[in-house]
Design a protein around this ligand. Structure first.
Ligand code: ADP
Ligand code: MG
Length: 395
């Protein structure tokens, strides 16, 4: 799960991470009021969307920049009016862009240098790591590729946590000394507490800025949270903005399904994450493109299967469906009943290949056969993948 920058700022305040004062607004009038409360001169108006690259983005109506530094509250109000209700396209939104329905009005600071700072779950070391760089405000992937020597990585011990010597080491690697180093150490420690206590999987500050009056402040924030820990993060869950998420994934999460939308045209409905991954692989191997990853889990109910089917069929790109079920805990007949219920609710007019194996498979096959639906049954993974790829190509 992700949150907006203005929400991340609330967490910054709670955990004592230095950041300029900011107020969120939904209308130009509110933005003007917020700007007067913060006070000029020097304000920044920032589009609130779940994507980075806003500063260099362009609105679909041609207006340039999703982040503007202005002098007066009147200018802030005017710029907010130009952003709100418009669609902003950045290198992270895709060509369709994202609708700006809120702006953050914040105090602008005089930047002397921009840095990059992040804490993330690092799969390579199976632990948490800090990444910092003197190349702030830039695309960090590009820095990593072109000038990897400008990136510092520090691994955090799983039980000892972030140590103060590590914070000082990172500050030194950024060239920060004296009072700047002390402020940076304080900020890194606060970020680590925030990261750990809020069950984040990524916190990124880009840029982390040093101001001309020698303050170390966080100017931007990107947060990811571990979805599996959300049950114990009630405050975080309240920050969820479903309008920013893939509607297919929102629907899936409501039914407890593990669904990730992709760009292909062959939908998959599978039980078990490993089997779902191999199903996607084998579709690709036989020349097709999967439209999604979908794991209905080991003990899916008929309602979940029906919901899964509807989500799949709601995707206009889907030109064929492959159901691949290995009934271990799962009863194949439940899957069969779910498929039929869903197919009856949504008129199914695309090829459907079903591979059932395992627990109660005979009953499942009999249920499908008796339904009168045009279902192609398959034996084994290869047969199933070949059949659905061929059916979609022929259609
Ligand atoms: P994005 O990464 O989506 O482009 P940022 O929040 O990083 O958005 O803003 C882009 C740039 O705008 C920053 O690199 C920084 O130079 C400037 N900026 C952002 N917030 C402030 C601020 N409070 N004061 C001064 N400049 C800012
Ligand atoms: Mg940024």
């Amino acid at each position: 799960m992700n949150i907006h920058e203005y929400q991340a700022k609330q967490l910054f305040e709670k955990f004592g991470v230095a950041t300029p004062k900011g107020i969120v607004a939904s209308t130009a009038e509110e933005a003007g009021k917020a700007a007067r409360e913060i006070g000029g001169p020097g304000l920044v108006v920032k589009s609130q969307i779940h994507a980075g690259g806003r500063g260099k983005g362009t609105f679909k109506n041609g207006f340039k920049g999703g982040v503007h530094v202005v002098d007066t509250p009147e200018q802030a109000e005017e710029i907010a009016g130009k952003m709100l209700g418009q669609t902003l396209v950045t290198h992270q939104t895709g060509p369709e862009g994202k609708l700006v329905s809120k702006v953050l009005i914040a105090k602008a600071v005089d930047i002397s240098k921009e840095y990059y700072f992040a804490i993330l779950f690092d799969r390579g070391s199976s632990g948490h790591a800090i990444i910092a760089s003197t190349e702030g405000g830039m695309n960090i992937e590009e820095v990593a590729e072109k000038t990897p020597e400008k990136i510092t990585k520090e691994f955090i011990h799983p039980t000892l946590g972030l140590q103060s010597y590590q914070c000082r080491k990172i500050a030194a690697s950024l060239g920060l000394r004296g009072t700047l180093a002390n402020q940076a150490v304080k900020l890194f420690t606060a970020m680590w507490n925030l990261y750990l206590k809020s069950d984040c999987s990524l916190v990124e500050i880009n840029p982390l800025a040093v101001t001309t009056d020698n303050q170390v402040v966080a100017l931007d924030a990107k947060f990811n949270f571990d979805d599996n820990a959300l049950y114990r993060q009630k405050d975080v869950v309240e920050m969820r903005d479903k309008t920013e998420e893939d509607p297919r994934e929102v629907a899936a999460s409501e039914f407890g399904l593990n669904y990730i939308g992709l760009d292909g045209n062959i939908a998959c409905l599978v039980n078990g994450a490993g089997l779902a991954m191999s199903t996607m692989d084998i579709i690709k191997f036989h020349g097709g493109e999967p439209a999604n990853f979908l794991d209905v889990g080991g003990g899916a109910t008929k309602e979940q299967v029906t919901a899964a089917f509807k989500i799949i069929l709601g995707d206009p790109n889907v030109k064929g469906i492959l159901v691949n079920i290995f009934g271990g805990i799962m009863d194949c007949n439940i899957i069969a009943t779910g498929i039929i219920a869903a197919a009856q609710e949504v008129s199914l007019n695309i090829p459907l290949v079903v591979r059932l194996e395992g627990n109660n498979v005979e009953a499942g096959k009999a249920t499908l056969a008796a339904s009168g639906l045009a279902i192609t049954s398959a034996d084994g993974l290869t047969d199933a993948a070949q059949k659905i790829v061929a059916a979609v190509k022929a259609a």
